[in-house]
Design a protein around this ligand. Structure first.
Ligand code: PEP
Ligand code: MG
Length: 884
């Protein structure tokens, strides 16, 4: 331990700490010392260091000499304040507060007026000539001490206070008279005796020791532990204790207490923002007992104090170069600062403050970028629930696609589409969604599913559309026949209003108020600065020209994944797609594919145009085929109907065949079945048609002078020979189309790396592939052996019990899947050093995963359009954090 110094004084000429000593003094202690160094009035006090906490919790006892250090510090406080601790005539009273390096809700917070007892309260009354004040302070002290030190329920004191107010027919605490307060003090002491079996401790030094013990012990209470775990705060940090001489905001009409921010924490506007209460102590403002007044009215009531406060807040902001959240007390017209810390703020405020502080010359651009969290941007791009509204949460699922939505419950995609035609807003509630639901998902305001994880169909598609989605809400049971869903004690009917919050996973009863923050100039500025810093490119996952345009507007530098299977579900193509699947021989399959060819060509023309000048990675078909056919039960139902009607034999045969084909194609485990390049190998003509459509589209546009950069991507490759096989077919088509059209176009042919075998043989695969794109959704699925679609049943438990810290389908598992990514990159570059490598799984839009991607040397990430701005900022953070 550093020269056995356990205690640091602040608030007088002997101040020993400073702002840079946060690790030792905690945030509160370090900043109190710093204010004192700046000449700002701070009540004198001392900080017991975090090292003491760590030793106390480790050894079960305090380090030798601590008691003496505390006694010496108290002497200093006594000499500065000219009051004596434990004195009966002129008592020094103290506040005791915890203070970790970062503010930590859940720990013991504050005890005020410590040092009072049955005798000193009389002394305080005589000395101040204010008996009411003395007993008001004593009853407050008893309540706080009992609650935070002795762990007695606060309600016991609150209800005694309320019944006293009721007896006296008064509303406010302030309206109680001295005699009432005296009675309350007696009552409170009795509660303490009843609850603890011991008298309330009258000795001031004993009170102080008990409060210090309570602060240190609270570092390890359950609430604090949970908070630390959630926020990645190490247990070893410990907390400091701040002991400070009391100043009184409850000494009459020229006293008061308040909290303020140096800028508006909601909007970021540069104005002094805050509130205060006259004749009150700190906890009254927070507890909302009386309605505080806006800070600007202080200008009229106490102009001098107001001016001084303004000077101080400006000085603090200038000094810390950051928006401050301050606490102050006025004692008989004299101002004291009790705390200053970095103020919490909304996303909009964070961006405004960061950009304006650069303009004001307070901070540089890099600092500004680091002051905005990438995830905060998400809040600015979607409607959100008005934070001032109250609502009833019925259940919570996965926060699968951010933003909030309100609408009437519908249970089918068709219903959502019908309602949308009439201008009605809906929430589509499904057990899970399938590609057939796309139209309805697009028509609904939001999507709620019972099953499926963060990479389920619903989640992926909703994110792509920028639609709010709560997925995998297993508490819900849908009764599709009755057109209801049940959750807990609620039964929700079709047509009932509900709201969902895709940022939190909440499913809410009824309609909530939404707010839509727009993309501001300040956000544009931050993103522009981010672009100047980052080296990682950001592309988008988009399958329609519209999504591509949205993403381009958000700054996407190309498409990293165009899932062509999403194009096969358009109403106009389903008949041809079904014909292709039903085909019994290659000839009839080719006839069906011929019908699809012009439609695909148009699709690609649209997408290439929207991304002109940027690379567009088009992935060849990758779903299980049966997904394109109707549901088996529906077909069987149809067959029964036909049988009982006078339908022709031919028609019945046709429907029967569809049923048989569905049965044939059905797989036990479709996620590991006949999908990806396995389809392109068994039916090469499908990939040939797609390659033809891609290259015809690209050649046609480049004939018109456009710069088109196509990249053809083969999915689910595990063996280099699979790639060789498909590549041969694809390149033959590509070459012949180019020759026919008389154009030589640069294009790339590459592969997804989404299976462990592909990673482990990436050196061989790179010989055939000109680029790699890590499909981290499938790579996570196959590395963990967790089904993407079924993990929702157990993953929540894994997260709750701490087996996993994050959902690996949302945040890349760096230790496991991340290792595979690293190996894949190394092996790939060992045979093709300049191979272009990206990520196009959902992790491509998640900040921690993006930073990982930067650090392992990816060239780009690709994410859904609405996450492009987040990815741009996260990529810049990756560079800046490495510099630090
Ligand atoms: C992946 O597996 O990460 C991927 C992008 O492909 P998909 O989600 O379409 O399987
Ligand atoms: Mg995949």
């Amino acid at each position: 331990m550093a020269d056995n110094k356990f205690v640091y004084i602040f608030g007088n000429n002997d101040t020993e700490g400073k702002n840079s000593m946060k690790d030792l003094l905690g945030g509160k202690g370090a900043n109190l010392a710093e204010m004192s160094n700046l000449g700002i009035p701070v009540p004198v006090g001392f900080t017991i260091t975090t090292e003491v906490c760590t030793l106390y919790l480790k050894n079960g006892q305090y380090p030798l000499g601590l008691e003496e250090h505390i006694d010496n510090a108290i002497k200093q406080l006594e000499s500065t304040t000219k009051k004596n601790f434990g004195d009966l005539k002129n008592p020094l009273l103290l506040s005791v507060r915890s203070g970790a390096r970062v503010s930590m809700p859940g720990m013991m917070d504050t005890v005020l007026n410590l040092g009072l007892n049955d005798d000193s309260v009389v002394g305080l009354a005589t000395k101040t000539g204010n008996e009411r004040f003395a007993y008001d302070s004593y009853r407050r002290f008893l309540t706080m001490f009992a609650n935070v030190v002795l762990d007695i329920d606060h309600d016991k004191f609150e209800s005694a206070l309320s019944s006293k107010k009721k007896d006296k027919c008064v509303k406010q605490d302030n309206d109680l008279e001295v005699e009432d307060l005296k009675e309350l003090v007696e009552k409170f002491k009795t509660i303490i005796k009843d609850e603890t079996g011991k008298e309330f401790p009258q000795n001031a030094r004993e009170q102080l020791q008990m409060a210090i013990d309570a602060v240190f012990s609270s570092w390890n209470n359950q609430r604090a532990k949970t908070y630390r775990k959630l926020n990645g705060i190490p247990r070893e940090w410990g907390t400091a204790v701040n002991v400070q001489s009391m100043v009184y905001g409850n000494m009459g009409e020229t006293s008061g207490t308040g909290v303020a921010f140096t800028r508006d924490p909601a909007t970021g506007e540069k104005r002094f923002f805050g509130e205060y209460l006259i004749n009150a102590q700190g906890e009254d403002v927070v507890a909302g007992i009386r309605t505080p007044q806006p800070i600007k009215t202080l200008k009229n009531t106490m102009p001098k104090v107001y001016d001084q406060l303004v000077d101080i807040y400006m000085k603090l902001e200038d000094h810390f170069k950051e928006m401050q959240d301050i606490e102050f007390t006025i004692e008989k017209g004299k101002l004291f600062m009790l705390q200053t810390r970095t103020g919490k703020r909304t996303a909009a405020a964070a961006i405004k403050i960061a950009t304006e502080m650069v303009e004001e010359g307070l901070i540089d651009k890099d600092t500004a970028l680091l002051r905005v969290e990438p995830e905060q941007i998400d809040r600015l791009l979607h409607p959100n629930i008005d934070p001032t509204s109250t609502y009833e949460v019925m259940a919570t699922g996965l926060p699968a696609s951010p933003g909030a939505a309100v609408g009437e419950v519908v249970f089918t995609a068709e219903h959502a589409e019908e309602m949308a035609k009439n201008g009605e807003k809906t929430i589509l509630v499904r057990a899970e969604t399938s590609p057939e639901d796309i139209g309805g998902m697009n028509a609904a305001e939001g999507i709620l599913t019972v099953r499926g994880g963060m990479t389920s169909h619903a989640a992926v598609v909703a994110r792509g559309m920028g639609k709010p989605c709560v997925a995998g809400c297993g508490e819900i049971t849908i009764d599709i026949k009755e057109k209801i869903f049940n959750v807990g004690d609620y039964t929700i009917k079709e047509g009932d209003m509900i709201s969902i919050d895709g940022s939190t996973g909440n499913v809410i009863l009824g309609e909530v108020e939404l707010i839509l923050p727009g993309v501001t100039d300040e956000l544009e500025t931050i993103l522009k600065w981010a672009d100047e810093v980052r080296t990682l490119k950001v592309r988008t996952n988009a399958d329609t020209p519209h999504d591509a345009e949205v993403a381009r507007d958000f700054g996407a530098e190309g498409i990293g994944l165009c899932r062509t299977e999403h194009m096969f579900f358009g109403e106009d193509r389903i008949p041809a797609v079904r014909e292709m699947i039903m085909a019994e021989d290659i000839e009839s399959r080719k006839i069906a594919l011929k019908k699809l060819l012009p439609m695909q060509r148009e699709d690609f023309i649209g997408i290439f145009k929207a991304m002109e000048g940027f690379p567009v990675t088009i992935r060849l078909l990758d779903p299980p085929l049966h997904e394109f056919l109707p549901v088996h039960e529906e077909v069987m139902e149809k067959l029964r109907e036909l049988e009982s009607s006078d339908a022709s034999q031919e028609e019945m045969e046709r429907v029967k065949k569809i049923g048989e084909r569905i049965e044939y194609l059905k797989e036990i485990n479709p996620m590991l079945g006949h999908r990806g390049c396995r389809l392109g190998i068994t039916y090469p003509e499908i990939y040939e048609m797609q390659a033809q459509a891609i290259i015809e589209a690209a050649c046609e546009l480049s004939k018109d002078g456009m710069k088109i950069v196509p990249e053809i991507m083969i999915p689910l490759v595990s063996h280099v020979k699979e790639l060789e096989f498909v590549k041969k077919h694809v390149t033959t088509v590509v070459e012949s189309v180019m020759e026919e059209m008389g154009i030589k176009l640069d294009y790339l042919l590459g592969t997804m790396i989404e299976l462990p075998r592909a990673v482990l043989t990436a050196d061989q695969i790179a010989k055939e592939a000109e680029f790699f794109s890590f499909g981290t959704n499938d790579l996570t699925q196959t590395t963990f052996g967790f089904s993407r679609d079924d993990a929702g049943k157990f993953l929540p438990f894994y997260l709750e019990s701490g087996i996993l810290e994050d959902d690996p389908f949302a945040v890349l598992d760096q230790d496991g899947v991340g290792q595979l990514v690293k190996i894949g990159i190394e092996k790939g570059r060992s045979t093709r050093p300049d191979i272009k490598i990206g990520i196009c799984g959902e992790h491509g839009g998640e900040p921690k995963s993006i930073k990982f991607g930067h650090n392992v040397g990816l060239n780009y990430v690709s994410c859904s359009p609405f996450r492009v701005p987040i990815a741009r900022l996260a990529a810049a953070h990756a560079v800046l954090e490495n510099k630090q």
